[in-house]
Design a protein around this ligand. Sequence first.
Ligand code: SAJ
Length: 417
Amino acid sequence: MTQTISVIGLGYIGLPTAAVIAAQGVEVIGVDVNQYAVDTINQGKIHIVEPDLDALVHEVVRKGKLKAVTKPEPADAFLIAVPTPFKGNHEPDLSYIEAAARSIAPVIQKGNLIILESTSPVGATEKMAGWLSQARPDLSFPNQVEDAFDVNIAYCPERVLPGKVLHELVENDRVIGGLTPSCAEKAANLYRLFVRGQCLLTNARTAEMCKLTENAFRDVNIAFANELSLVSDELGINVWELIKLANHHPRVNILQPGPGVGGHCIAVDPWFIVDSAPNSAKLIRTARQVNEYKPHYVITQLESLIQEIKNETSTPVIACMGLAFKPDIDDLRESPAIEIVKHISQKRLGTLLIVEPNIDVLPIGLEKSPHIKLLDAEAAIRAADIVLMLVNHREFYQIDSNLLNGKKVLDTRGVWK
Ligand code: SAJ
């Protein structure tokens, strides 16, 4: 039975995971290099946005089940949930995993279980075992000896949807890949403490690829929808009607086009597959390119609309509906809407009236421009020459369509079909 679990990295995945485990009565030590995050959590508060997480963290900290520290302490199991961004050439950057492994190395002990949760390229768990064994030559690891090793190592990817993290952490099935079958079994016993979904056991490489496959699958399917939107524009067809009709086929289920794919997962993870198998992953690479092109296409469409009205008005007013990377959240990271808005602002293409019901202040980089204002939907649309729909937030479906009369409308999400 695991008595103390340490979670390394207290971000969007690590903090909810730490809190959910602590809520089961297990002692949890959360570790993060960010002193502000550590102090905030120890006050029973949170430094990220996720529904209901604040109340849960408050409760487990008050009960003394979760504490946060900046320096790792000994524990029975370590869960690593640190970022894996990519470097310039879409090459995965494992430096955070390496730093996490090296930081826990001095405190690990015989019998420990170490699980990597960060989305990682195939082979990352073996690399992590290599860094640990290098730092602790006094202990044996499963990458060195076949059995009777001192430290167990497994990979178990997080697969939760931002906005539904607390629910999905408990209900989703988990894919658990051990460096050996016994490592996978030990890791599964840990997840069974709080997971109601199934724990599916495999090896570490398959589990790593499984996470990348899920996000690449979604990326390829969104790229199909985005490509259809380009083809439909060229052929004078309404893509929303087209997809709705095609989806009546019992074996067709096309996703929705948009201004591009945002967030820090789907736009990143497929590149890990391409980087590992560049000659084979042709479809996955092309899908990424189709999705990366979409914001540029929207900018081109917008520029033509601006040209059309240039004769009537010198500085067009553009209402930009939404900034978040997807509907009904306040997360602006890697948002195609931000990319488009920044382009319009830098090129001084017009005055921008931003409507984003999920934020109170404009993000850094946009807040200082005299040509950009945050407004409510009705005021922005009334004042606008062009209405650019970028995110299908639920509030936008309530807008009175009469307000759009006489305006140029560019609807990238099909809200006004
Ligand atoms: N999008 C479209 N059209 C669609 C669906 C999505 O344009 O039909 C866009 C969204 O607007 C957004 C982007 O795709 O910009 C990604 O949104 P998402 O809801 O598809 O995914 P994420 O990034 O919030 O979360 C994904 C999830 N993965 C899958 O659904 C396979 C989640 O389960 C993962 O845990 C998460 O990535 C992650 O952390 O990897």
